[in-house]
Ligand binder design. Structure first.
Ligand code: SAM
Ligand code: SF4
Length: 357
């Protein structure tokens, strides 16, 4: 296998342990951790509900949804994003879920976040169901980019995999996103052994034809049913091997930075394909993310066992500085790596759909 674009460190270096931020005069507060990483990329889950049931994410019967009174309302979401952006140095805000298009106030939330100073980059991760009707409104509100999840081009497989016969709707949403100025649209694909792992080249061909940027994501132990098995996961190496049967892939010379995807030039470029080897090629050492759940809990990692409750603080009347300080404390405790390979690894209690992927 060729060398990756940029050698990402699997975990943060434990020898690099820092002192807590002092907040001294002139020092802008940041979301730093004891290993020297700084979070500037905020993922906000707007709902734990979804209109699909992708097998690697949600059981067919759905889940016990978060009780409505525990959910942040639109103003609370905007207030917390404002604290992250205006006080804590967050520069990118991605709305996700569950399915964020199901949130009635999505356009209003985006419009309010677009007015923050400095204005963050605003993006959305979505299954694109209904995006054809919403894309214009969301772009007018301030949406900059979109990532669409698409695991197969076969309608029957889609229905088996997502338990809903909605491939055509996702494809319409994708086209609308590209036509509405959200290009280059990124497409996220999770491959599962014996389900869609033979489709990698076809999906790449489809993405190249439409000008979408395809990224394969290794399946992570974040499904609600706890059925993930490492030995059954389709690895980054297998994905690249399968693509190389039809395409020439060369490491992308562009600097990877904190991006989770290793990227490869396809057939000499400029088109690229990405592989996010979250499990076999972890990028925790370069992680710049912080997460806010739909019920107002900060998570410093997808795999964190602990959460920090900002909702209670907001509802108790705390001022922005107090909220910012609690957020900083939450990030300071971030572990150096996700530890999936550690025998003591425990899958988080919340599944991906309730954390926000
Ligand atoms: N519903 C939206 C969607 O599907 O794009 C946003 C939420 S979804 C949880 C966000 C991303 O997480 C999707 O790209 C999905 O494929 C990915 N995802 C969900 N469960 C996963 C798992 N167990 N391992 C890897 N990726 C997963
Ligand atoms: Fe829904 Fe996204 Fe999970 Fe699929 S991956 S069930 S679309 S939240």
């Amino acid at each position: 296998m060729s060398a990756p674009t940029h050698e990402s460190t699997g975990t943060a270096d434990p020898d690099e342990v820092r002192e807590p931020p002092t907040g001294g005069a002139g020092a802008a507060p940041r979301l730093s951790d004891r290993y020297g990483r700084v979070a500037t990329d905020l993922r906000v889950s707007l709902t734990d509900r979804c209109n699909l049931r992708c097998t690697y994410c949600m059981p067919e019967a759905g889940l016990p949804w978060l009780p409505k009174p525990t959910l942040l309302d639109d103003d609370e979401v905007v207030r917390l994003v404002g604290v992250a952006v205006e006080l804590l140095g967050v520069r990118e805000v991605r709305f996700t879920g569950g399915e964020p298009l199901l949130r009635p106030g999505l356009a209003g939330i985006i419009a309010a976040v677009a007015k923050l100073d400095p204005r963050p980059e605003i993006s959305l991760t979505t299954n694109a169901l209904g995006l054809d009707r919403l894309a214009n409104t969301l772009v007018d509100a301030g949406l900059d980019r979109v990532n669409v999840s698409l695991d197969t081009l076969d309608p029957e497989r889609f229905a088996a995999l997502a338990k809903r016969d909605r491939l055509a709707s996702t494809l319409r949403g994708l086209e609308a996103a590209a036509a509405t100025g959200l290009a280059p649209v990124k497409v996220n694909t999770v491959l599962m052994r014996g389900v869609n792992d033979d489709e990698a080249p076809a999906l790449l061909r489809f993405a190249l034809e439409h000008g979408y940027q395809l990224r394969f994501i290794e399946q992570m132990p974040l499904d609600a049913s706890g059925v993930w098995r490492r030995e059954e996961m389709v690895t980054a190496s297998e994905i690249l091997g399968s693509l190389r049967k039809e395409f020439v892939l060369e490491p992308d010379p562009a600097h990877r930075g904190s991006a989770p995807a290793e990227t490869w030039l396809v057939d000499g470029g400029p088109a690229k394909v990405g592989v996010i080897g979250s499990v076999t090629r972890p990028f925790c050492g370069d992680c710049d993310r912080t997460r806010l759940t739909a019920d107002g809990q900060v998570r410093n990692c997808l795999f964190a066992q602990e959460e920090t409750d900002l909702r209670s603080l907001v509802r108790a009347g705390a001022d922005d500085e107090a909220i910012a300080e609690r957020w900083q404390e939450a990030m300071w405790g971030k572990l150096p790596g996700h530890g999936i390979d550690d025998p003591s690894f425990l899958q988080p209690a919340r599944p991906m759909s309730a954390i926000g992927g």
